[in-house]
Design a protein around this ligand. Structure first.
Ligand code: ADP
Length: 914
């Protein structure tokens, strides 16, 4: 076991579960042994060797004042870094770990994004747990979730019903670090899913911190009993998660606990359900490929402040259901969109704002320096200009003015004045170097400074005086660490010095002397220097604390700046892109006149399309060839819905938007296959989640269902899902499918309607018109695409015939239809279902109470399929095999070249068989 400095390092390292330790050794922080190698690898530091008691260890170090960027870089790479500081003791010095910097608790972050630390808990099963906790560990939820952004002091808690809701929430907030509670930690499935969804790290933290008693104590201590009660934290689980977050922040010594004053508890009631898959599918903050470029956020983001950007992102990923809040935002956007000049002025003013939410956190944690306080001053300075730009213009009566009213302007002005009077204009970066404060701020400090400068002047002019008085040439006065102040005289004249000079050192070309007076002056200068430094630091700390006391004011101003910025950003985008204010309604409808896709319209000559979904027509089956624009049309519907519920204008000529409680999407296997993440199982899980979660107030987007399996399986599932969504769930639904057969459901299920994306087809050339029209496509496009891809005509014709034949094999029962029967909403659809049979060969219904006049449906179809089947049976085995392979081919997912070669092979096999 090494002793000495390396031994001490390793002992300290053993105390912490951090990945890396930085230990102060005098003016440096050193990393030894494995840590030195790691740091050298990651950060390009040079490794040297440290000998310690006969052995040699790798060592790397950084100067004391330069640790922060290194720690930051390590933490950004996912490491937890412990810092051990050195302090004086009676017999020398000692070292101890003072903080552990982790991805979720680092204050100095690289970007403007919110940076959350999250804790997740499930039912407590430790000592004192109630009876309900005894259920098996595989029971899903509920979960408590707490999220804290240490850089801004924001603190959120909630309870979630199940793992899928939890994942949606984690995906939305994208925490940098997650603390799984004692039971969550053992849930490999959940942890696996979280790891896949998030880039953040998972950290194991003391299970006791999640215990109910300790957690509620921690929360009360932090926020005060009243706050905890008044924000309505009635979820024990959420409280426990909060307790763990607080415990963790305290233990890692980030010192930012004090900034966490803003406890917000939220429940499900007010937000639109948006699961993780849907957030991804709709490309809200990143594209399916993972780029920020091309996401909805990036497209509509014109914010000029970091906090504004954070807020806008939150609005888009957490759309609301609260009508009055949405109307307020929309009215504000409307006013701002119309007031171009005032808007420009506001944005210009905001451009000078610093990130007050973060500065408040730094002031409370004690890490803010003079420059940060200057930023506070400069930002508060903007308030009056902002007031001018709003109250002095046509915006005076808009909700924007009301936003501004949330700032206590007098208090803001008072703090601003105090800072302006206290801080020097161009203070140094460090707090200990002096020069932080303005002259006239404190009389005592001014006096000290005056005396200090006077004493310094005396010293500065001493050399000149001595030269003159004693006729000496070559005299300088200087100071160093060992000798203190001295008079240095050149060798040639050293024997001419007066008697009261006392020699202290001989150098090669000169001698150093001191005098009694010089020593006395030296003592005085040092005393003044120290007193000045101490007093200035004290005054500065008091000022910083003064700012910390007003942290809430700063956060208020910060929030107001963020909100005005976000609203102005939405207005800027609306005005620049011809977006309109949506009419919000509580009716179940989505009516869009000439709608566009908010992102695609930026780069394409976009063809606008209408959309009508309401109680009579709540389920649209969207058909059309591949690449015709089906999925764009459906996503555009979802995005218009989402934008309206974020409080934004929408890309359309006019839109009436009924508020939804959730938006659910499931996107075709093709898109996802490209990312290598889809399996049929995933597809079915997503479908299952939608069928379970959606309600009559939801919007559902299905872009292909059942593609990942054999045709008949797929069509059956798509068919049944349509019936279920139509009859039971009754959600507003858009369903794009390549199963042409489904289009006939519109004849039978009352609220189902067909739309198709039109193409113009002439001489085998297809032009995509991008226009959505009522009614189904007039043909099945699988074989059609084969035709387009250049598959020889005999094969295409044959495929058409084969397809017909295969269809004849089966007839499908359609459930739930009763044209003109029960109407909207709450009727008991299930009990009113009638049976009919859809004959795939004729493409029509046979039977059903309304159409075939009775329930003897199946009888009608019996004879013909029998004969057809006989015909198929008569075919030889090889031909049947070819037909089977042909019908199994997913034409759209196979490259044309491969299709060609397979077709060739089939032809050869058929030829041989003739
Ligand atoms: P599908 O889902 O039918 O395969 P997509 O929705 O993916 O087709 O659209 C195919 C292409 O057509 C996309 O590149 C898209 O940009 C373009 N597109 C879709 N709708 C429109 C439209 N209304 N106007 C202009 N281009 C469009």
């Amino acid at each position: 076991m090494p002793t000495g400095i390396v031994g001490e390092f390793l002992d300290l390292k053993a105390e912490t579960d951090a990945d890396v330790l930085a230990m102060q050794c005098g003016d440096f922080y050193e990393f030894f042994a494995d840590d030195a190698e790691l740091v050298a690898d990651e950060l390009d530091l040079t490794v040297s060797q440290k000998s310690s008691h006969g052995s040699s260890y790798p060592m790397a170090g950084v100067p004391l004042t330069e640790l922060t960027p290194y720690v930051k870089a390590l933490v950004e790479r996912g490491y937890r870094v412990a810092v051990a500081d050195q302090y004086e003791t009676d017999d020398g010095h000692a070292r101890e770990i003072t903080r552990v910097v982790t991805p979720g608790t680092i204050l100095e972050t690289a970007d403007d994004d919110a940076r959350y630390l999250a804790a997740v808990v499930r039912e407590w099963v430790g000592p004192g747990a109630g009876a309900s906790a005894s259920e098996g560990d595989d029971a899903d939820g509920p979960y408590g979730l707490a999220l804290a952004d240490v850089t801004t002091g924001r603190f959120l808690l909630t309870e979630l019903d199940d793992a899928s809701d939890l994942r949606a929430e984690l995906y939305r907030f994208d925490p940098a670090e997650v603390l799984p509670g004692p039971r969550v930690r053992n849930d490999d499935d959940l942890l696996g899913a979280v790891r896949e969804d998030l880039a953040g790290s998972l950290s194991v933290f003391d299970a006791e911190a999640f215990a109910p008693g300790r957690a509620s104590h921690a929360v009360r201590d932090q926020f005060g009993r009243e706050t905890a009660d008044s924000v309505g934290v009635d979820s024990d689980l959420a409280l426990r998660a909060a307790g763990a977050v607080l415990g963790y922040v305290e233990e890692t010594g980030a010192g930012v606990l004090a900034s966490m004053t803003r406890l917000t508890a939220y429940g499900d009631g007010d937000h639109v359900e948006l699961d993780a898959t849907t957030q991804r599918n709709l490309e809200l903050t990143e594209t399916m490929r993972g780029d920020a470029d091309g996401s909805l956020f990036e497209t509509v983001d014109h914010t000029v402040t970091a906090a504004g950007g954070r807020l806008l992102r939150e609005w888009l990923t957490r759309p609301r259901r609260n009508r009055s809040e949405l109307d307020r935002r929309l009215d504000a956007v409307e006013a701002l969109a119309a007031a171009a000049l005032a808007r420009d002025r506001i944005r210009e003013t905001l451009g000078g704002a610093y990130d007050l939410e973060r500065l408040a956190a730094r002031a409370t944690s004690g890490s803010a320096g003079a420059r940060e306080l200057l930023s506070v001053r400069d930002t508060l300075d903007l308030v009056p200009s902002l007031v001018d730009a709003i109250e002095g213009t046509e915006l005076a009566d808009s909700p924007i003015a009301a936003v501004l009213d949330r700032v206590d302007r007098d208090r803001a002005a008072a703090l601003r004045d105090e800072l302006a009077n206290a801080l020097a204009d161009d203070p140094p970066k460090t707090k200990t170097q002096g020069g932080l404060l303005r002259e006239g701020y404190d009389d005592e400090l001014d006096e000290l400074i005056a005396s200090h400068e006077e004493a310094n002047e005396w010293l500065d002019s001493l050399a000149e005086r001595e030269k003159r008085q004693y006729g000496l040439s070559h005299v300088t006065v200087d100071r160093n660490k060992t000798d203190g102040y001295y008079i240095q005289v050149g060798k040639s004249v050293a024997d001419q010095v007066p008697e009261h000079y006392r020699e202290i050192k001989t150098l090669k070309n000169s001698k150093r002397f001191v005098t009694d007076e010089l020593e006395e002056r030296e003592r005085e200068v040092l005393r003044l220097e120290e007193a000045r430094g101490e007093l200035e630091y004290e005054l500065f700390e008091a000022l910083r604390e003064r700012v910390a006391d007003d942290a809430e004011l700063l956060q208020d101003v910060g929030r107001v700046v963020a909100e005005i910025d976000a609203l102005a950003s939405l207005a800027t985008h609306a005005a620049g892109n011809d977006w309109v204010k949506p009419d919000l309604t509580d009716e179940r409808r989505l009516d869009v006149d000439a709608g566009r896709h908010p992102v695609v319209e930026r780069t394409t000559d976009f063809v606008p399309n209408d959309l009508r979904l309401d109680e009579e027509r709540g389920f649209l089956i969207v058909t059309g060839p591949n690449m015709s624009g089906k999925s764009t049309y459906m996503r555009q519907a979802a995005l218009i819905q989402l934008l309206a519920q974020a409080g934004s204008f929408v890309p359309a000529r006019a839109a009436t938007v009924g508020l939804v409680d959730g938006i659910y999407t499931r996107v075709g296997a093709l898109d996802e296959l490209a990312q290598g993440r889809s399996t049929f199982m995933v597809e079915m899980q997503e479908l299952s989640n939608i069928l379970h979660s959606a309600t009559a107030d939801s919007l559902v987007i299905l872009d292909e269902v059942g593609r990942g399996t054999a045709t008949y399986d797929g069509i059956s599932i798509a068919w049944a899902a349509t019936e279920y969504l139509h009859n039971e769930v009754r959600a507003r639904t858009l369903f794009a499918t390549h199963y042409h057969e489904l289009t006939t459901l519109a004849d039978h299920l009352p609220r189902v309607a067909n739309v198709h994306v039109a193409v113009d087809e002439r001489d085998g050339e297809v032009t995509f018109l991008r226009t959505v029209r009522d009614g189904p496509t007039n043909r099945s496009y699988g074989v059609h695409v084969a035709d387009l891809a250049g598959v020889p005509t005999p094969v295409v014709d044959r495929a058409d015939r084969v397809l017909d034949r295969l269809r004849e094999e089966k007839a499908i029962e359609a459930k739930g239809g009763s044209r003109g029967g029960e109407r909207n909403g709450d009727g008991d659809a299930g009990s009113d279902t009638r049976q009919v049979v859809f004959d795939l060969s004729s493409g029509s219904f046979a039977g059903g109470s309304d159409r075939a006049g009775g329930g003897t449906a199946t009888a009608n179809t019996a004879p013909e399929p029998a004969t057809e089947r006989e015909e198929v049976d008569r075919l030889d085995a090889e031909t049947r095999a070819v037909i089977e392979e042909l019908s199994d081919v997913d034409v759209t997912a196979t490259a044309p070249v491969e299709l060609l070669s397979r077709v060739q092979e089939w032809q050869e096999r058929l030829d041989e068989n003739r």
